[in-house]
Design a protein around this ligand. Structure first.
Ligand SMILES: NC(=O)c1ccc[n+]([C@@H]2O[C@H](COP(=O)([O-])OP(=O)(O)OC[C@H]3O[C@@H](n4cnc5c(N)ncnc54)[C@H](OP(=O)(O)O)[C@@H]3O)[C@@H](O)[C@H]2O)c1
Length: 329
């Protein structure tokens, strides 16, 4: 670690991390290799101390602030572009590309999603496709990294009901989903950002190879935690599912529409030829499995279940847990 490297800093946007936290993990991986990193955050808060501790230069910039983006990109040749699963990605991409073109950026690795498509039933997947188009037209060399469904979603969407009532409730039903750990997506991005000759492929799919429907997810949680966790399908009533999601402050309205659109798509297109593990062949190490992921969170979930069964309030959030997870590595 900390080998002296006088190359230009790599800009990592979304560095504080909230949902998958890929940005924070990419900063960590690049710093472990001794790379100079500029970590872009939307605001200064306690997460920035962690980035400074990792040896990153922290800059504050909002995607909607062109001048701030120009400063963040100053002297940067390579960057990671990461917008959250929320509205605003097209405006953010236009601003980012304009600022990149006004600076010396050469290569951008973009965090996108496999279902980015102009005809997707999800408004956010359509917006993500537009963002990809803007980057493709920009003249910058660009790689779209498309991770499968993050394991982290399970905690973001259902940790409270798993802990308090032993149940996962959503409208995905028994549609199989391809999964991956957000940390594995981060590993691929960090690897690509470091390549002497950036990837020529316009896009890579990153999956750990596990194809699991939610009823199986509930079974695996039950067996790993030794506590019964069931699955309740909210069925075809999309409004009922959205209403349920509105009770969870971690799921903004645009993400609710995205999940409903995604489940609609999964129900209509059941492709049995889903690709397997794409992570291991690329990085030559095993992908994080769902059981590995559960083991990382097992002790905390069991503690939370204990507290909940005693009728006490919990103060737990998966993104706070990410810190604990990474600290314990
Ligand atoms: N979840 C999945 O299953 C999945 C699957 C495939 C692909 N993806 C892709 O993954 C991407 C998200 O990655 P992630 O989960 O690693 O992200 P994340 O943890 O949610 O981090 C996104 C970061 O962006 C920051 N941010 C939000 N608005 C901003 C703005 N206007 N200007 C500057 N920064 C802003 C946030 O800051 P604050 O924390 O301060 O708000 C946050 O730290 C999405 O593009 C999605 O398409 C996700």
């Amino acid at each position: 670690m900390n080998r002296v490297d006088s190359s230009p800093p790599i800009l990592v946007t979304g560095a504080a991390g909230r949902h998958g936290g890929t940005g924070r993990r990419i900063v960590e991986l690049l710093r472990q290799k001794g790379r100079p990193v500029r970590a872009m955050v939307r605001k200064m808060d306690e997460r920035c101390a962690d980035l400074v501790q990792l040896g990153a230069e922290v800059v504050v910039a909002d995607y909607m602030d062109y001048e701030a983006l120009c400063l963040a990109l100053s002297g940067v040749k390579r960057a990671y572009f990461c917008f959250p699963v929320n509205v605003g990605i097209t405006e953010a991409t236009v601003n980012f590309v304009a600022a990149a073109k006004a600076s010396c950026l050469e290569y951008v690795v973009n965090n996108s999603m496999p279902i980015a498509h102009p005809a997707s039933p999800s408004p956010l997947a359509r917006a993500q496709w537009m963002s990809e188009q803007i980057l493709n037209w920009s003249g910058l060399r660009c790689l779209h990294v498309k991770g499968a469904f993050f394991f982290e979603n399970i905690l973001l969407f259902s940790e409270d009901t798993i802990v308090d009532r032993g149940v996962i409730e959503n409208g995905f039903g028994d549609a199989p989903l391809l999964w991956v750990a957000a940390d594995d997506v981060a590993s691929v991005v960090a690897y690509e950002l470091e390549q002497a000759d950036p990837a020529q492929n316009p896009a890579i799919l990153v999956t750990g190879g596990e194809l699991l429907a939610f009823p199986q997810i509930a079974e695996r949680i039950s067996s790993r935690l030794g506590r019964k966790v069931g699955y309740r399908n909210t069925g075809d009533d999309e409004e009922a599912w959205k209403k349920l999601m509105s009770l969870n402050p971690r799921i903004p309205p645009a993400m609710r529409d995205h999940l409903v659109g995604m489940s609609r798509m999964l129900k209509s297109v059941r492709d049995p030829r889903q690709p397997g593990n794409t992570f291991t062949p690329l990085l030559g190490k095993p992908a994080v499995s769902f059981d590995d992921f559960l083991d990382t969170h097992r002790a905390r979930l069991l503690r939370a279940m204990e507290v909940s069964s005693q009728g006490h309030n919990r103060e737990v959030h998966p993104t706070q847990e990410r810190k604990t997870q990474n600290e314990s590595e």
